[in-house]
Design a protein around this ligand. Structure first.
Ligand code: 1GP
Length: 252
C-alpha cells in the first residue's frame, strides 16, 4: 500500500519533474547544524529530508536529530538506514531498501528481517527501494560489501534496476557513494531510466548545478545531495541546484 510520504513524492515528481532531497548524515552534524541545514534546504526548495549515513550512529543522536527537524520544519523526514540501528520512531517514513549488488545476504534481506517488526511497531511508512552501488561506491560500498557496477557497464545497472522493479521495489536508487569524485554518468542514468517504470533516485558526488542538471536531463526523478550541505554553503548550493533542475526541466 502506498503511504502518505510516498504519494507526496510521486505527486511532486509528476508536477515538478525532477525533485531534490537533502540528505543529512547525523554522524557528521550537531543538532543545531542539522536544524540549520534542514531550514535552509527547505527555504531553497528541497522536497524532503533524508536522515542517514554509511557508518556508526547512536540511535539517541539520530532520534534527537529527527525530532529537532520535525519540530522546526514541515517537510517529510525519511530515514536512509545503513543498518537496524538507524531506525528512529520519530521519522515519517523509511526507505525499506535492499542493496541489490551486495555480496552479503545481510544487506539484501537480513537487516530488513530484523528491522521490519520495529518499523511496524513504530508505525513508520516503509517505502520499498532497490539500492544499487555504482562507480567508486565509497563507504557505502565497503560497508555494504557491494561489487560496485562500473560506470562503463550501464546495462548491468539496468538489469539490477529491472530486477528490483520486478521484485516489487517502487523506487530505484543509483548510488555513486557519498563524496564520490565522479557522480553517476548521464549514460548510466539514461539506460537505467529507459529500462524501468518506477522513479529513479540518483546521488553521490553531485556538487554543482551543472551536475544536477545533467542527472535530471538524463532521467533522474529524484536528486539527492548530502555533502554539499555539510560545508556551510547550504543555501547557495541547494538553491542553485534546485533552480538549475527546474530551469533545465522547463526548457525540455
Ligand atoms: C549519499 O547519495 C548520497 O548516500 C549523497 O551523496 O554526500 O556526495 O551528496 P553526497
Amino acid at each position: 500500500m502506498v503511504g502518505a510520504v510516498e504519494q507526496y513524492l510521486i505527486d511532486k515528481i509528476s508536477s515538478e519533474g525532477t525533485i531534490h532531497i537533502t540528505l543529512i548524515d547525523p554522524e557528521k552534524v550537531t543538532l543545531s547544524q542539522a536544524l540549520a541545514i534542514a531550514e535552509t534546504a527547505k527555504i531553497s526548495g528541497t522536497s524532503a529530508i533524508m536522515v542517514g549515513g554509511s557508518t556508526f550512529i547512536s540511535t539517541e543522536h539520530l532520534d534527537d536529530v529527527v525530532k529537532a527537524i520535525k519540530r522546526e520544519i514541515n517537510l517529510p523526514v525519511i530515514l536512509f538506514p545503513n543498518n537496524v540501528t538507524s531506525i528512529s520512531r520519530y521519522a515519517d517514513a523509511i526507505w525499506f531498501m535492499s542493496l541489490l549488488n551486495s555480496t552479503d545476504p545481510y544487506f539484501i534481506i537480513g537487516a530488513q528481517v530484523l528491522g521490519a517488526p520495529l518499523i511496524k511497531k513504530y508505525h513508520l511508512e516503509p517505502i520499498p527501494m532497490g539500492y544499487i552501488i555504482v562507480g567508486e561506491g565509497g563507504t557505502a560500498g565497503i560497508i555494504g560489501k557491494a561489487i560496485p557496477i562500473p560506470y562503463d557497464k550501464p546495462e548491468l545497472a539496468a538489469a539490477h534496476a529491472l530486477a528490483g522493479q520486478y521484485l516489487g521495489m517502487r523506487f530505484i536508487y543509483l548510488e555513486a557513494g557519498s563524496g564520490a569524485k565522479n557522480p553517476v554518468p548521464q549514460e548510466m542514468i539514461r539506460v537505467v531510466k529507459q529500462c524501468i517504470s518506477v522513479p529513479l533516485i540518483v546521488g553521490g558526488g553531485i556538487r554543482s548545478k551543472d551536475q544536477a542538471v545533467a542527472a535530471a536531463s538524463a532521467g533522474a526523478d529524484i536528486i539527492v545531495t548530502g555533502n554539499i550541505v555539510e560545508d556551510g554553503q547550504v543555501r547557495n548550493k541547494v538553491s542553485e541546484i534546485i533552480e538549475g533542475i527546474k530551469r533545465g526541466k522547463s526548457q525540455e
